[in-house]
Design a protein around this ligand. Structure first.
Ligand code: CO
Length: 152
């Protein structure tokens, strides 16, 4: 495993639409392992492949001691609305208030190509939606209704 560099806002790589993963091979597993190394070091809740410069539909999420590896994730349904704070490992200096659905159902493939489903609510749902947005070149800063500048 190896840490990879995190791409920062302003880099065109973060604005691309990522490609569907077709091969669930050793290269994908290496990417996922490296992403976990990178996320553990950076101490975030999630990381998407374009944030390490790889334009594939892959992201990882860790929340409440649960770890998810999502390949080709898809939002199946969503309901409700809630506003909360978000930050991003690719965005330095500010966070923002973003409105997102409160309840979601997602579908994705694990690293072995097995289809999985998951139901999430509240901040948990928010983390998935934030990471999935990265796969379409969208950052929380595009959606924020209020910018919150870091105090320190
Ligand atoms: Co982010």
């Amino acid at each position: 495993m190896a840490r990879r560099n995190i791409v920062k806002m302003g880099d065109a790589l973060l604005r691309k639409k990522c490609k569907i993963v077709e091969k669930f091979d050793a290269k994908l597993h290496q990417l996922l392992d490296d992403m976990w190394d990178t996320l553990d070091y950076a101490d975030g809740l999630g990381l998407a492949a374009p944030q390490v410069g790889i334009l594939k539909r892959v992201c990882i999420v860790q929340y409440d001691d649960m770890k998810f590896e999502l390949v080709n994730p898809r939002l199946v349904s969503s309901s409700g609305k809630c506003v909360d704070q978000e930050g991003c490992l690719s965005v330095s200096g500010f966070r923002g208030l973003v409105e997102r659905p409160e309840v979601i159902d997602i579908e994705y493939f694990d690293r072995h190509g097995n289809k999985q489903t998951f139901h999430a609510e509240g901040y948990f749902a928010r983390v998935f939606l934030h990471e999935m947005d990265h796969l379409d070149g969208i950052l929380f800063a595009d959606k924020m209704i209020r910018k919150l500048v870091d105090q320190d």
